[in-house]
Design a protein around this ligand. Structure first.
Ligand SMILES: NC(=O)c1ccc[n+]([C@@H]2O[C@H](COP(=O)([O-])OP(=O)(O)OC[C@H]3O[C@@H](n4cnc5c(N)ncnc54)[C@H](OP(=O)(O)O)[C@@H]3O)[C@@H](O)[C@H]2O)c1
Length: 264
């Protein structure tokens, strides 16, 4: 695959690393206006670093746009005459709908919109994607790209904001749960570093149990709750204090906020 990443900043470079580490590109162009900070990427013999978006697009098939929203329309305008049947346009830009992309370049290109999260930098992003009508033919290809950097799911575009709450804000929600568990562990006598190690690896194990078994969380809970035992006692106390309810309410509050941004 000949890949261009237009806007090699935080997210663009994480994607570049994910693709390079999994040997997913035959050539890769990385662009930004000031290329000094990324010139070292040229140590990879497949990578060309440039500030020339047009050059990158002319030499690539998969175009991943990772610029800030304010820059996106102008960049598209500047390169739209170069876009061909071969190009797959993948936008990572938050809140920038497919209709806005089509308003600049038309409906005749394969357009995919994606929402990765920050775990993409460690190859573990939950990435949601949707496409325009034409782009449906390139969904499998896009999934294959993002599955190299975690897990990818196609969703309807009208669920992109909900996905942003669950997957992008979700990173912060899970961090708080891990931090709270860490604080509990410190109170039980572990030092801070040990406590965090216990909390994060237990969290990782819990997620992997579900991923690999396909089980419902409650099935895994049943396996560790002895009648009258310590786990069910702790769990019930957490629920009396509103654990599930507060998480659900927080998710809904985030969604209300993101919807409010959209309508303003
Ligand atoms: N970070 C995340 O976790 C995340 C998750 C999901 C979606 N997103 C979306 O991804 C996009 C990028 O986020 P980010 O955090 O990676 O931002 P960022 O670090 O600011 O990266 C944007 C890059 O675009 C470059 N750029 C600006 N104008 C350009 C131009 N004309 N041509 C080529 N490159 C240009 C900038 O470099 P120069 O100034 O040197 O040109 C910068 O390196 C945003 O739209 C954001 O909504 C981010």
């Amino acid at each position: 695959m000949k890949i261009a990443i237009i806007g090699a900043g935080n997210l663009g470079l994480s994607i570049a690393n994910g693709i390079l580490n999994s040997n997913g590109a035959t050539t890769m162009y990385l662009t930004k206006r000031d290329t000094k900070s990324i010139i070292d990427f040229e140590k990879h013999n497949k990578v060309t670093v440039t500030n020339d978006n047009r050059l990158a697009i002319q030499n690539s098939d998969i175009l991943i746009f990772a610029v800030q929203p304010v820059h996106f329309a102008a960049i598209l305008e500047d390169v739209k005459d170069l876009l061909t049947e071969n190009h797959v346009i993948i936008s990572t830009i938050t809140g920038f709908g497919i209709d806005k992309i089509e308003a600049v370049i038309g409906k005749d290109n394969y357009i995919v919109r994606s929402m990765p999260n920050t775990a993409i930098s460690v190859g573990k992003s939950m990435t949601c994607i949707c496409s325009n009508e034409k782009g449906k033919k390139r969904i499998d290809l896009t999934k294959a790209i993002f599955n190299r950097m975690g897990h990818c799911m196609e969703i309807p575009e009208n669920q992109m904001q909900a996905a942003t709450v669950i997957c992008a804000s979700g990173i912060a929600f899970w961090m708080r749960l891990i931090r709270a568990t860490t604080q509990g562990a410190i109170q039980l006598g572990f030092d801070a570093q040990e406590a965090q190690e216990l909390a994060m690896h237990t969290c990782n194990g819990a997620a992997n149990l579900l991923i690999e078994s396909g089980n419902h969380p409650e099935q895994e809970i049943d396996r560790v709750t002895t009648p009258m035992g310590c786990t069910i006692t702790g769990l019930n106390e957490m629920e009396h204090q509103g654990l599930s309810s507060s998480l659900i309410r927080g998710i809904i509050a985030s969604y209300d906020k993101i919807t409010e941004f959209k309508t303003k």
